[in-house]
Design a protein around this ligand. Structure first.
Ligand code: NAD
Length: 253
């Protein structure tokens, strides 16, 4: 049985993953802003330290896997989206790197199939990847919710690909998953939004599968990336989206 840690395990995709891991007998340490073993706000420097120290205290012998799942939707304040979806995710991954290396484990960052969508601001993405949080947050508050959210997920996927080789050299497989639209509290919130709700409902009609995913469908993709079945998989961005990315970008891979 393994020892895993994750962020964002309170609701939605993360809660489904937590249940699946616990059902098969693994130990799961959850970091979240609510309903968690370690309560930490990943939008703040203090919260990121609390997450790192909390996980280290509970998993001194190392981690078989870590999942950076916490995230905020495009209807949240753009700078908060950057802080949680990009800087919080990267900090939480870097914070457990050595613990995962101890057990030659795997890390999965939860990106999104919105990451490669058109209409993103390149300066925003470059600033995120440069690590300048203050500059990125000032810039993103002048952008739309889509630019903020998809930009944060685009940068996270790029960060994973840029860093996967050095993580692999330490024995750690670092991958990203790019879920398509999944019925969770996050999508409920977006569907209710006056500005984005209808557009996202219309977009969801184009999923070749014929509807939204349930959280367990995404959790199963994460489990694959965590498990030994994926032992030679490193640096991928795995689209689990009912065929929507293939529909939108058939010649990209
Ligand atoms: P969700 O809202 O159910 O889950 C998000 C989790 O993150 C919650 O447990 C929440 O408490 C936690 N969280 C939020 N802010 C936090 C903070 N400041 N510090 C610590 N934890 C915080 O949504 P979900 O749909 O399950 O989303 C999970 C991940 O999947 C997110 O990263 C999201 O961007 C991504 N995603 C979701 C969809 C979708 O359609 N639902 C699609 C693509 C990607």
């Amino acid at each position: 049985m393994g020892v895993y840690a994750m962020t964002g395990g309170a609701t939605g995709i993360g809660a489904s993953l937590k249940e699946k891991l616990r059902q098969r007998g693994d130990t799961v340490i959850v970091v979240d802003i609510k309903d968690a073993d370690i309560i930490a706000d990943l939008s703040t420097a203090d919260g990121r330290v609390a997450a790192q120290e909390g996980v280290a205290a509970l998993a001194a012998d190392g981690l078989d896997g870590f999942v950076a799942c916490a995230g905020l939707p495009p209807v949240a304040r753009p700078s908060l989206v950057d802080k949680v979806n990009y800087f919080g995710a990267v900090a939480s991954i870097e914070g457990v790197r050595e613990l995962v290396a101890k057990k030659r484990g795997a890390i999965v960052a939860v990106s999104s199939n919105s990451a490669p969508l058109p209409g993103l601001n390149q300066e925003h993405i470059d600033t995120l990847l440069s690590g300048d949080e203050d500059k990125a947050c000032t810039l993103v508050d002048t952008l739309s919710g889509h630019e903020a959210y998809a930009g944060s997920k685009n940068s996270l996927a790029k960060w994973v690909r840029r860093n996967a080789p050095t993580y692999m050299a330490d024995g750690v497989r670092l991958n990203a998953i790019a879920p398509g639209m999944t019925r969770t509290p996050m999508t409920d919130q977006i569907f209710e939004d006056e500005e984005l709700g209808q557009a996202i409902q219309d977009f969801s009609q184009t999923i070749p599968y014929g509807g939204l995913a349930t959280p367990d469908m995404i959790a199963d993709g994460i489990l694959f990336l965590l498990d030994d079945a994926a032992r030679f998989v490193s640096g991928v961005v795995l689209f689990v989206d009912g065929g929507q990315d293939a529909l939108l970008r058939p010649d990209q891979f």
